[in-house]
Design a protein around this ligand. Structure first.
Ligand code: MSP
Length: 497
């Protein structure tokens, strides 16, 4: 049996409602999954929520509810957003589910028995928002080196994972597997981090300080450190322990993450997998941040744009389009509603929307019939564009894929200007039929290519052409003639804003 392609998003904290950063990673993973299905690959797409730890506990205390209630309330907000955004995930994991807790307990037991987990006294600085320990030399002006906020001094007995002894192995693995950490400069960042000594990882929290977590199977006075718990979602959901056969077909994964969680995914996670005897992820792809002005958009900075508002105003597909077209994965990008409107009007209303409405209107007006003439030029053009669209998606560049589709749409719009179907209507019905057929085929091809990014608009275009149903990206143009007589006049696909 063929290997399944497996794509993941980070599992999101349920201390607050989702924002654009969360929407972006999820749309990116959804687009890659839809693309993968459209080229005929069996695909498994996982997202979910990270529900344990101090962050959630504090949010619950603030709201005067239990952490469980906090999680139950917030998870609905994520699930609703994903439904509204057209996210087609195959599974949704919550770290409070038994199927997840069982895997965490099994991995902890295994590592404990192997001697990779030991107990020791710990003194250090702890950052609550990041849920990470730091040594004195990690701190920047006594503040957390990751978020710049104050740290708390802590001294207690804890369990440690012997991460340090895997450092040399990890460095070689990363150097020998060029596609493991992407983009390339993030790989170098991880290698830079690994140049220093690698400390063992504190993987427990005493219950007297924090009781909202998964109990250590070998010591009931402790719960599991939230990152050690959370990372395991990637193997608990596909059934690492409950269904090894299925797991073996699905694993390894391509993990999409934001650059803020690079170290946990490219250092902790590979070492946890190695120690537990699992294969490495296929790829960890770290994208950049959405900024407002110069600042990272984040809950704590209070400069957050609510994705629900964008969807309510402009629809899910236009929003998905903007997220994918405006950011080159890896780089940062600025989010502004003005920029959104500019892009929407130029790419969607003027280029694609206009092409569809012009061509369909002319087909109706001139009562054109489908004419399978000699479409070599367009066949080549479509073939070439499709190859570059696939190359874009294959290299995690949906923005480049969309740029290629835009080129095709613009070519089609200039073809209309050159051929002037309104003149052909008087001069040559035969030529007119051929020109409109070519244009209909281009629209068909563009709708298929754009489908991973704008699934509902793509379906709408295909149904307007009377060709709904087949969304295989590689369908050959001119394979089946279209029935132009079913085409009806409809309202604009992307009304100008
Ligand atoms: N729970 C951890 C992840 C555990 S994965 C095993 C976590 N959760 S989070 O809710 O804080 O979400 C983090 C992710 O949201 C980032 O990695 C990134 O994917 C996305 N974003 C959050 N803010 C962002 C921006 N401003 N811009 C782009 N994406 C960012 O960390």
């Amino acid at each position: 049996m063929d290997k399944v392609r497996y794509f993941t998003t980070p599992i999101y904290y349920v201390n607050d409602i989702p924002h654009i950063g969360h929407a972006y990673t999820t749309v990116l993973a959804d687009v890659m999954s839809r693309y993968s299905r459209s080229i005929g690959r069996e695909t498994f797409f996982l997202t979910g929520t990270d529900e344990h730890g101090q962050k959630i506990k504090r949010a619950a205390e603030k709201a005067r509810i239990s952490p469980r209630e906090q999680a139950d309330r917030t998870v609905v907000r994520f699930k609703d957003l994903w439904t509204k955004l057209g996210i087609a995930n195959d599974d949704f994991i919550r770290t409070t589910e038994d199927r997840h807790k069982e895997v965490v307990a099994a991995v902890l037991n295994d590592l404990y028995e192997k001697g990779d987990i030991y107990k020791a006294e710990y003194d250090g600085s702890y950052c609550v928002p990041c849920e990470r320990f730091f040594t004195a030399k990690d701190l920047e002006e006594n503040m957390c080196p990751d978020c710049g906020r104050p740290v708390e001094e802590i001294s207690e007995s804890n369990y440690f994972f012997r991460m340090g002894r895997y450092r040399d192995w990890l460095v070689s693995y990363i150097e020998e597997h060029p596609g493991f950490i992407l983009p390339e400069f993030r790989k170098n960042e991880t290698l830079g981090f690994l140049r220093q000594e690698l400390n063992d990882l504190c993987i427990s929290r005493p219950k007297q300080r924090l009781d909202w977590g998964i109990e250590l199977p070998f010591d009931k006075d402790y719960v599991t450190y939230v990152w050690f718990d959370a990372l395991l979602n990637y193997i608990s959901a596909p059934g690492a322990i409950s269904d090894p056969g299925r797991f073996g077909r699905i694993w390894p994964a391509v993990h999409f993450i934001g650059k803020d969680i690079l170290t946990t995914h490219t250092v902790y996670w590979p070492i946890m997998l190695k120690a537990a005897g699992y294969d490495m992820p296929e790829t960890v792809f770290a994208h950049g941040w959405w900024l407002t002005g110069d600042a990272k958009m984040s809950k704590s900075s209070g400069n957050v744009i609510n994705p629900m508002d964008m969807i309510d105003k402009y629809g899910p597909d236009a929003f998905r389009y903007f997220l994918m077209a405006e950011m080159t994965p890896g780089q940062d990008a600025v989010f502004s509603e003005e920029r959104f409107i500019e892009k929407y009007n130029s790419d969607l209303a003027n280029d694609l929307g206009n092409l569809v409405s012009r061509v369909l209107t002319m087909i109706i007006k001139y009562k054109a019939v489908y004419a399978c003439s000699d479409p070599e030029y367009f066949k080549n053009l479509i073939g070439e564009v499709r190859a570059s669209v696939e190359a874009g998606f294959d290299s995690y560049r949906p923005d480049a894929a969309l740029e290629s589709i835009r080129r095709l749409v613009r070519e089609a719009n200039s073809y209309i200007e050159e051929e002037k179907p309104w003149a052909l209507a008087k001069e040559s019905k035969e030529r007119l039929a051929k020109v409109l057929t070519d244009l209909a085929e281009i629209i068909y091809a563009a709708a298929l290519m754009i489908s991973p990014v704008m699934p509902s608009k793509s379906e709408e275009i295909l149904s307007r052409l009377g060709t709904a149903g087949d969304t295989a990206l590689r369908r050959e143009p001119w394979k089946d003639p279209m029935d132009f007589s079913v085409i009806e006049k409809k309202e604009a696909l992307f009304p100008r804003i």
